[in-house]
Design a binder for this molecule. Structure first.
Ligand SMILES: Nc1ncnc2c1ncn2[C@@H]1O[C@H](COP(=O)(O)OP(=O)(O)OP(=O)(O)O)[C@@H](O)[C@H]1O
Length: 261
């Protein structure tokens, strides 16, 4: 991994990404740039290509064409593990947590601390590190011994994010981090995202559905429709009605284009 980059340095860039699945073009020339300490919100309807883009940015699947740059260096992400080694981690909507395991075991899932030279879990070290990690990012839980299955949706999302932070992620991709959450739970996660940003060296891409929430949290937003970026701007320079107008206009243009094709 490279040294800690300065705020504003380019962390991740995608240039003209195309992804085809047989006859389906899921992404048709998508470009994005993520700077250090920035939150980029990606909005778009079902089927717009958001998940496909996330999978490419996290090494889960390769693009058909187009280039990726990590820290300004052109990079072919060979696998999820390769992306992770570069500090890129995705927290998926379904979270991939083990419900029957404790919070601290989940934070170290697949990265367990073992006693040196032995295949024995060092539970004490993992408990201690889990407490430290949660304190550092300001997440409070009743006990790190609690089973993840007993937690609320918001707490589970916070543990999944803590797991990525503990794994030294510096480019965090969040797939609908506020999905199916009530206002209080969502506030917990929004606070956590903003704290990670405030600490300075975490850069975040969030796939979102709620326009207003996205404009509140993100620095920049990107709207995706039918595999393309149809709008991109500073969140502060954008309003919900403006976004809705663009969505409707682009959708109508797309339908007209499709009918005449
Ligand atoms: N493995 C695949 N095989 C074939 N088509 C796929 C595959 N994955 C995605 N697609 C297609 O690519 C397009 C984009 O899908 P994608 O899941 O990326 O959209 P999305 O914006 O994430 O939608 P949602 O919000 O519903 O998850 C869709 O038409 C989808 O059917």
């Amino acid at each position: 991994m490279t040294d800690t980059p300065t705020a504003g340095a380019e962390m991740l860039r995608a240039e003209n990404i195309v992804k085809r699945f047989g006859p389906v073009t899921a992404l048709n020339g998508v470009s994005l740039r993520l700077r250090c300490g920035e939150i980029l919100g990606i909005l778009g309807d079902n089927g717009a290509g958001k998940s496909t883009l996330m999978k490419i940015l996290t090494g889960y699947q390769p693009q058909t064409s187009g280039k990726l740059f990590v820290d300004g260096v052109e990079t072919t992400l060979r696998s999820v593990d390769h992306a992770r080694a570069l500090g890129i981690e995705c927290v998926y909507q379904d979270l991939a947590l083990a419900n029957s395991l404790s919070i601290y075991h989940n934070i170290f899932l697949n990265r367990e601390i073992l006693y040196p030279g032995l295949h024995i879990l060092n539970n004490r070290a993992m408990r201690r590190e889990a407490v430290r990690c949660l304190e550092e990012i300001g997440v409070s839980v009743p006990s790190v011994e609690a089973e993840v299955g007993s937690l609320s949706g918001g707490q589970r999302q916070a543990i999944a994010i803590a797991r990525a932070v503990q794994g030294k992620a510096r480019i965090l991709l969040l797939d609908e981090p506020l999905a199916a959450m009530g206002a209080r739970e969502a506030a917990l996660i929004i606070d956590l995202i903003l704290r990670l940003k405030a600490e300075g060296d975490m850069s975040i891409i969030m796939i979102m559905h709620n326009y207003a929430q996205t404009l509140d949290i993100a620095d920049r937003i990107m709207l995706m429709q039918h595999g393309q970026v149809t709008y991109e701007n500073d969140a502060r320079a954008t309003s919900v009605p403006e976004l809705m107008t663009i969505v409707r206009r682009e959708y109508q243009n797309f339908q007209v284009h499709r009918q005449s094709a």
